[in-house]
Design a binder for this molecule. Sequence first.
Ligand SMILES: Cc1cc2nc3c(=O)[nH]c(=O)nc-3n(C[C@H](O)[C@H](O)[C@H](O)COP(=O)(O)O)c2cc1C
Length: 400
Amino acid sequence: MYNLTDKQIVLGVTGSIAAYKAPDLASKLTQAGAAVDVVMTESATRFVAPITFQGVTGRRAYHDMWDEASEIAELHVVLARRADLMVIAPATATTIARLAHGLAEDLVSLTALATQAPLLVAPAMDPHMWEHAATQANVATLRSRGVSFVGPEEGRLASGQMGTGRMSEVPVLLGAVRNALGRGGNLTGKKIVVSAGGTREAIDPVRFVGNESSGKMGFAVAEAARDRGAEVVLVSGQTALPDPYGVDVHRVRSATQMRDAVLAACDGAHALIMAAAVADFQPAEPVGEKIKRKGRESLTLHLAPTPDILAEVGRPQGLVKVGFAAESQDLVANAKAKIESKGLDLIVANDITASDAGFSVDTNRVLVIDSKGEQEEWPLMTKYEVAWRILDKVQRLFEA
Ligand SMILES: Cc1cc2nc3c(=O)[nH]c(=O)nc-3n(C[C@H](O)[C@H](O)[C@H](O)COP(=O)(O)O)c2cc1C
């Protein structure tokens, strides 16, 4: 799981119906290890009680900037100074206006003005309020000062209206928090292309040759690279996973489409990490109409090789190349052969016969082999941890 230990986050909550989602956000950030200080406007306390935040964060939630009983004398200064990130979710039109005009008249706008930490704002309001020229001008002012926005999204609002104004859901907010905290990380300035998921090779308009890949390993690599500040392009085959926030996602179907998308994405890239399960063979002649059973005793499918993406990419501008090998036998020998044949810097080999590693599960146990033939066997860990350690190695290759 993604780790926010050592991170101090100030969560500002303002007076919108969407405030009901804020305790869940505070809880998820706390579960990820962050120390979360909640500050609320007085209007926000009409929607959610401070005690709810205290319950989920284990820390006092503040709303009164004149609180003489507070153990901290200049609360806003202390919170502002120790924050790694300030998130305002939900942010009302009023609060956005205060931020744009530098007003500091409640604990949320006061802390936002006092902090030098990055500011992430998640607006929530009626579509007409969002589209209003005043709100749009305030948002443009804040963007020009480097404030990041997540959402608002289109959909059904509490009023029953449809339009743009819904606050983003908590998983999206968490992605935006990770993206914001990752800026300036140790892969800043690097463009990393990641492939994920399985490809589907058409037999006819409704049938395909596919595989068991869930896409989890490649998505974990993309998220970990984003969390370290990289610019990430994710070329994804079949998967049920949603687009990771802040990642440029290209969805493809077949090996040929994946080849085209990966080659295009590699322009200007520093590393390519191919975690996708690309078909080795595709039906030689896909049929234009659905194949009928009637009148057939058997059906023979002729397969032809798919493009060899890693070999075709070559090594433009010293591109670092990492491949994955899913093997059910002769793991080491097959992985070493793949390093040679595809010109890789690293290969991450997993034994797909184990039930706690490989396809679909959240954990993996891998063997990592470099181009000199040096091997490391990593213990069972989450795919995110595997991804993080692969990126440690990629970073060392950049430095070399
Ligand atoms: C039931 C109710 C729901 C509201 N929802 C929103 C909202 O989603 N977005 C918004 O910008 N204002 C909303 N408002 C108006 C704000 O609460 C109001 O502008 C308030 O002054 C905002 O103050 P604050 O930014 O200090 O919290 C709502 C008001 C009420 C009574």
